[in-house]
Design a protein around this ligand. Structure first.
Ligand code: MG
Length: 178
């Protein structure tokens, strides 16, 4: 039996992830703006292009793709009132003690280490940029999972930049020594 027969190609999952974010009104640029704000104090040469590239790169990770697809699916089902009760009411009202939205998003940042975890915590608390827009419920829209997912992409991309800039610094120093 070909065990690869039923495996979805990673390009399909990556494309579906990006489309889901755009469908929910989140552009990669919006996430990159948060990354820029988070990392600028530590990296004065930072540009928006670097931040966008980092967001693109973390969106290639399956942990993040799967979390985004699951979370957005639940938001959309909640918006269409297709969840069963009492989950429908909990997701729709963004019940403060629910916590599964944060847990899924937090679980996806572990690949990027402790800087990603602490940045996620900061964004969860301070709701910067589009996270704040998404957190403010408008009409019948349900973004219970989406605000946390955006925080997890931004936190991962910020951590990736922090680690990469140290690598580059050390490479420069290594070249000076030899
Ligand atoms: Mg939430």
């Amino acid at each position: 039996m070909d065990r690869h027969k039923n495996v979805v190609h990673s390009k399909v999952v990556e494309q579906a992830t990006k489309e889901a974010l755009i469908r929910r009104g989140v552009e990669l640029k919006d996430i990159a703006e948060i990354v820029y704000e988070m990392q600028l104090p530590y990296n004065e040469d930072l540009t928006m292009d670097i931040c966008i590239e980092s967001v693109e790169s973390v969106l290639k990770k399956r942990e993040l793709q799967h979390a985004i697809l699951v979370g957005i699916e639940l938001d959309e089902l909640g918006e269409q009132r297709k969840l069963s009760q009492p989950l429908q009411q909990i997701v729709e009202s963004d019940e403060g003690l629910f916590g599964v939205d944060e847990t899924i998003a937090l679980g996806a940042v572990f690949t990027y280490g402790s800087i990603a975890v602490t940045t996620f915590g900061h964004l969860d608390k301070n709701k910067i940029g589009i996270i704040n827009t998404l957190d403010q419920k408008k009409g019948n829209s349900v973004n219970t999972f989406l605000d946390d997912l955006v925080a997890s992409v931004a936190a991962s991309a910020a951590s990736r930049i922090a680690h990469r800039s140290r690598d580059l610094e050390e490479k420069d120093q290594a070249e000076e020594w030899f």
